[in-house]
Design a protein around this ligand. Structure first.
Ligand SMILES: Cc1cc2nc3c(=O)[nH]c(=O)nc-3n(C[C@H](O)[C@H](O)[C@H](O)COP(=O)(O)OP(=O)(O)OC[C@H]3O[C@@H](n4cnc5c(N)ncnc54)[C@H](O)[C@@H]3O)c2cc1C
Length: 209
C-alpha cells in the first residue's frame, strides 16, 4: 500500500502520480474565560476549535502555494487571524488580544492532486496504460474496450488534501472492497473519479504523453 502522502510518488512504479504539496499552518491560542464556553468547531472561511485538555484552541488553516517549508511562520498566523475575523469577528474576540507573533502553531504539507480529488485504488502499470490506451492520443473519445493493467496487490491511498478526516474512512472502505474482491462501494463513475489511473488517461487525451 502506498499511503505516504507526497512521498507516495517517490518510488519507480509510482513516479507518474501527479502529487502536489500545499503548505498549511494551524495556529494555537490559549483559551480565555469566554472562549472556554465554545463546545463545537465553528467553520466558515476558516475554523475555530473548542479548547483542548491543554486549554488551547486551534484555528486556521492557511494555504500557501509558494513555500514547501514546514517552519511555523508569523505571516501565516496573521493570515489565520484575518481569516477568523472574516469567518466571524465574534470568534476572534473570544480569543482576546491575539498577536500573530505570540501564537504557537504547526505547519506541514498537504498532499493534493491536479483535480483535488484523492487517489484511491490499485496502482496502474504506467507503460501498459500508455500502450493500451495510446489510441486516445488520436481520438480522445475513442472507445477502447480494454480493462486497465495494475500492479498485483499494490494499492494507493493519497491526495486527501485538506479533507483527510472525511476522505480517509471512505477511501479505506473503497480499498477494502478492491482488496477483498467485494462489490464496489461507490457507483462506477465516482469510483473512476478516484482511480489513480485517471491522470494517465487524461494526459493521453491531451497528448501530454
Ligand atoms: C496545516 C494542516 C491542517 C489540516 N487541517 C485539516 C482539517 O481541519 N481537516 C481535515 O480533514 N484535514 C486537514 N488536513 C489534512 C489532513 O492532515 C490530511 O488530509 C491527512 O493527514 C492525510 O492523511 P494521509 O494518511 O494521506 O497522510 P499523512 O497523515 O501525511 O500520513 C502519511 C504518513 O506516511 C509516512 N511516510 C511518508 N513518507 C514515507 C516513506 N517514504 N515510507 C514510509 N512512510 C512514509 C509519514 O511519516 C506519515 O506517517 C490538514 C493538513 C494540514 C497540513
Amino acid at each position: 500500500m502506498l499511503a505516504a502522502s507526497n512521498s507516495s510518488s517517490a518510488f519507480e512504479l509510482s513516479q507518474h502520480l501527479p502529487l502536489k504539496p500545499i503548505r498549511g499552518q494551524v495556529s494555537i491560542a490559549p483559551a480565555q474565560n469566554q472562549s472556554r464556553a465554545l463546545k463545537t468547531v465553528i467553520c466558515g472561511a476558516g475554523y475555530l476549535a473548542p479548547a483542548d485538555e491543554q486549554a488551547a484552541h486551534t484555528f486556521g488553516a492557511s494555504y500557501n502555494l509558494d513555500s514547501l517549508s514546514s517552519e511555523v511562520e508569523v505571516q501565516d498566523h496573521q493570515r489565520n487571524i484575518d481569516t477568523l475575523i472574516k469567518t466571524d469577528p465574534t470568534l476572534h474576540s473570544l480569543l482576546g488580544e491575539v498577536k500573530a507573533s505570540q501564537l504557537d502553531g504547526r505547519a506541514a504539507l498537504r498532499c493534493t492532486s491536479p483535480d483535488y480529488l484523492p487517489l484511491v485504488g490499485p496502482l496502474p502499470v504506467f507503460e501498459d496504460f500508455v500502450e493500451n490506451y495510446g489510441g486516445l492520443k488520436r481520438d480522445a473519445r475513442a472507445d477502447i474496450p480494454l480493462s486497465g493493467s495494475y500492479w498485483p496487490g499494490l494499492y494507493v491511498h493519497c491526495g486527501l488534501g485538506s479533507r483527510g478526516f472525511t476522505y480517509a474512512p471512505l477511501g479505506a472502505e473503497i480499498l477494502a472492497s478492491y482488496i477483498c474482491g467485494e462489490a464496489p462501494v461507490l457507483p462506477n463513475d465516482l469510483q473512476k473519479a478516484l482511480n489513480p489511473a485517471r491522470f494517465i488517461i487524461r494526459d493521453l487525451k491531451r497528448k501530454r504523453i
